[in-house]
Design a protein around this ligand. Structure first.
Ligand code: AMP
Ligand code: MG
Length: 318
């Protein structure tokens, strides 16, 4: 079972040493907990796919601590990339850019491009700085399942398969990064922690990727981010079917609490940022307590886009 260590400087150094020795470490980022390996070590990266049971066609995001590291892994000469980095890094924006040969094919699933981002969480940044290597890291959960926003979520899903989990408390953003392809774009591959509207203010209109069968990003798989029980997106007016323990994921208030076996509220004040931060933790609690989840839709603006994207993919699983 993985050791869970509060992310002190000493613990971060220990994690950095493990990364440098080709081992895996789970660590907090501002989006969700990541499962990291040295991005330049193919065997270590292969272990990520094994631990997550993730298909090899699904490429990973490379996490960096500074622009020098960005330039080691990709061609960063596109002026739009620099403008976006100045505005949003460190932060939950991933850019897809032409890769440099140093990055092993297993990281990019053989694609000529690589996804990079500079995380805003101090623990993630310190870990990468101390390891002195770019860190490939998907979310620290089994493939297709709910993303972890607390160290215990990681421990429950993959704790028996890794050595160390750095505990940095709750992830403040709570949904994955926004993924933007710049090489053939700009195209939004996955809505996430930076709202599309903010990105368009910096680089103008962004196309939204349509799903074409071959995912350019797992954010584009038709189902993903799923709890272990079925989820339906529906208004609170819909009466739950009898004979099942039905849970409600409400946006800001609950109309008929007596109808549900368990209720979670994303944001009592109706704030989409708070709702995103609470999304996965609410779903983790619901999947443990009920047989079916009713999820109320949220307004599809700002972070609401990322929330609705995750709910639709969870619904599509069943
Ligand atoms: P996750 O690990 O679930 O946070 O997802 C990482 C995301 O980055 C996935 O949606 C990947 O498909 C996406 N990604 C990584 N590399 C590339 C790439 N070269 N082109 C497009 N998307 C990528
Ligand atoms: Mg994931």
């Amino acid at each position: 079972m993985a050791e869970i260590l509060v992310a002190t400087e000493e613990a971060i150094q220990k994690a950095a040493n493990l990364l440098r020795n080709g081992k895996l470490v789970a660590f907090p980022t501002e989006t969700v907990y990541g499962l990291g390996a040295c991005a330049l070590n193919s065997q270590a990266v292969a272990r990520i796919f094994e631990v997550k049971e993730r298909p090899f066609f699904d490429p990973l995001i490379v996490h960096v601590a500074d622009l020098a590291m960005v330039r080691e892994v990709c061609d960063f000469s596109d002026p739009r990339a620099l403008r976006l980095a100045e505005r949003f890094w460190p932060g939950p924006l991933t850019l897809v850019l032409p890769k440099k040969p140093l990055v092993p094919d297993i990281v990019t699933a053989g694609l000529p491009t690589v996804a990079v981002r500079m995380p805003a969480h101090p623990v993630a940044l310190q870990l990468i700085q101390k390891a002195q290597v770019p860190v490939a890291a998907p979310s620290a959960n089994r493939f297709g399942r709910l993303s972890p926003t607390l160290a215990v979520h990681v421990a429950r899903q993959i704790g028996d398969r890794i050595e160390l989990i750095l505990d940095g408390g709750k992830c403040p953003v709570g949904v994955e990064s926004t993924i933007l392809e710049l090489t053939n774009g700009p195209v939004l591959l996955r809505p996430g922690g930076i709202p599309l509207e903010e990105i368009e203010k910096v680089i103008g209109r962004v196309e939204k990727a349509s799903f074409s069968g071959i995912p350019r990003s797992p954010g584009q798989l038709p189902f993903h981010y799923a709890p272990s029980v079925p989820l339906r997106i529906t208004s609170q007016e819909t009466p739950p079917p009898p004979g099942l323990r039905v849970g409600l994921l409400a946006f800001s208030s609950v109309q008929y609490p007596e109808r549900f076996a368990h209720v979670e509220i994303l944001s009592p004040s109706g704030d989409l940022k708070e709702a995103a931060a609470n999304l996965f933790a609410c779903l983790h609690r619901l999947e443990e307590k009920v047989d079916l989840i009713f999820a109320e839709p949220v307004p599809e603006v700002g972070l609401g886009r990322a929330i609705m994207d995750r709910l639709r993919k969870a619904e599509a699983k069943f």
